[in-house]
Design a protein around this ligand. Structure first.
Ligand code: FAD
Length: 482
């Protein structure tokens, strides 16, 4: 279906649409589909019409998996996808792994990114109300979307233009918003299949987050044949060290059954490298041009919320006909997951004494398996998007991290007292900067670069490990093969 549509002889059936969606990635395709089913005439533009980006969102939290089901996209066979039940964290200190099931037995989904996008895109363009225009959008002028076909400039008009064109969004640029993002790390993506024989994981159904390497590693089953490993490498490690880091610091932490194949893939350089960056949601656009998904904002994938938030954006747009009500509602729903995504990567990778104290406090909370653990999983999976919930769980974790307890008693007497005092002071300072940054973020309006700068300055003090490369804010390519 996709290949037929890519033919340059394709027909543009109309010069005016209700909706022009720029980008047929996961979010744009879902948006086009939902609106078409509600009767809108949709033009769906896609620059890479023969495929999707090589590495991207594959782990869908339960709310995103439910939304897919709701629109009739099912991955019924284990050869296509796997059902997910939660996470297992392997702390960096080698202590007992921590099992964190999704609350109330809810289930998510993991699926190869290319397959997920193909399924969504095919379903959208099979709808009679959707016309795929397999071209890169070059310009947005008022209600016109400009593109080039066989060297000739063309355009169509639409009542509403939706930018679902990812981090380098042309619609975002047309709105005068920054497309530069803060790079935080590189992500190396491996696919293991037991050399075609299939592969077992120690705990099926759970995504394993392994700490103790350069950055967190995330391991999950993609389908009955394959397992994905994402290795995060913070930017403080130069890329020339990648091979050594993978072999000496990552491979030994993997489950035994994965080590041999992982080693081969590293030696043969068969992995993908992606740049992780962040650009928080500061605006959803204006009444004529709306941003969704990564075009509106994106974060380090440590909380795997990109698709869940993007699908939520697409769904909400179809529910609220009024763009400003849509934006107001979305800002209510995304702020808590956004704050968590910003802070969580820092908690996982930073080794300053105060962050270690906070990390240990989070482990203790999870190990106790009480309501705090359950609520934190609801927050991580976007089942709970309330700022109150985040404030409560986060506040308690911080309080425990700042009270002098056993975790500071590795040294003895005066030294441990001093250490815990320093940790407490530094943690309080950084929380202060974080709150200041979040308050600044709320003030940012569309093109206000000054407020955006203040937000970034505050966050750089709150999240030094995440934001260390702020100077290298960049437009570098998002993905490449090793
Ligand atoms: C390494 C990595 C791992 C991740 N893991 C997860 C995860 O496990 N779970 C999760 O939820 N999220 C994850 N994410 C985030 C997730 O990939 C994104 O949030 C998601 O892909 C956003 O979808 P989107 O449709 O908004 O943008 P994109 O996926 O970027 O799609 C944008 C589409 O627009 C097209 N396009 C761009 N410009 C134009 C133009 N000018 N004209 C026409 N078309 C254009 C592109 O070709 C593309 O098809 C991960 C991200 C990375 C980098």
């Amino acid at each position: 279906m996709l290949d037929q549509a890519v033919n340059s002889e394709y027909e543009i059936k109309s010069r005016r649409y209700d909706l022009a969606v720029v980008g047929a990635g996961p979010v744009g395709s879902l948006c086009a589909l939902i609106h078409a089913r509600k009767g809108a005439r949709v033009a769906l533009f896609e620059a890479r019409s023969n495929g999707a980006r090589t590495v991207g969102g594959e782990w869908l939290h339960p709310p995103a998996a439910r939304l897919l089901q709701q629109v009739g996209i099912n991955f019924e066979t284990p050869a296509d996808a796997s059902v997910t039940k939660g996470f297992i964290y392997f702390p960096e200190d080698g202590s007992e792994p921590i099992e964190l099931p999704y609350p109330n037995g809810s289930q998510g989904l993991a699926c190869d990114h290319g397959l997920l996008v193909k399924r969504l895109r095919d379903t959208a363009i099979n709808h009679p109300n959707v016309d795929l225009i397999p071209e890169r959008v070059r310009s947005i002028d008022d209600d016109r979307v400009g593109f080039e076909r066989s060297g000739v400039q063309e355009s169509i008009a639409a009542d509403l233009i939706v930018g679902a064109d990812g981090p380098r969004s042309v619609v975002r640029r047309a709105l005068g918003l920054a497309t530069k993002r803060t790079s935080c790390s590189r992500m190396l993506g491996f696919e293991l299949n037991g050399n075609g024989q299939g592969i077992d994981l120690p705990k099926e159904g759970y995504g394993s987050v392994v700490l103790g390497g350069p950055g967190p590693m995330f391991i999950y089953r993609l389908n009955s044949n394959s397992v994905r490993i994402h290795v995060d490498v913070p930017l403080r490690f130069p890329s020339e060290q990648t091979g050594d880091l993978l072999m000496n610091n990552c491979m030994p932490l993997l489950p035994e059954e994965l080590q041999h194949e992982f080693t081969n893939l590293v030696q043969e350089k068969r992995f993908h490298v992606t740049s992780n960056g962040l650009n928080p949601r500061m605006s959803y656009g204006d009444p004529q041009r709306i941003l969704l998904g990564d075009a509106a904002g994106h974060y380090h994938p440590s909380t795997a919320v990109g698709m869940t938030l993007g699908f939520g954006d697409a769904y909400a747009l179809s529910e609220y006909n009024d763009p400003s009500r849509f934006a107001a509602q979305r800002f209510k729903e995304i702020r808590a997951p956004e704050m968590l995504a910003l802070a969580f990567y820092e908690i996982l990778v930073d080794d300053r004494v105060e962050t270690v104290a906070l990390r240990q406090s989070v482990y203790r909370m999870w190990r106790e398996r009480g309501w705090q653990a359950e609520r934190s999983l609801k927050l991580l999976s976007c089942e709970d998007t309330s700022e109150f919930g985040l404030g409560l769980v986060g506040g308690l974790a911080m309080l425990r991290a700042t009270s002098p307890t056993k975790q500071h008693s590795s040294g003895s007497g005066l030294r441990s007292l001093k250490q815990s005092g320093t940790a407490r002071y530094r943690l309080i300072m950084r929380i202060g900067w974080f709150i200041r940054g979040v308050r600044q973020l709320r003030k940012v309006r569309a093109t206000s670069q000054a407020s955006a700068q203040k937000f970034l300055d505050a966050m750089a003090r709150a999240l030094p490990a995440t934001m260390q490369s702020r100077e290298s804010r960049s437009d570098e390519p998002l993905d490449q093969a090793a």
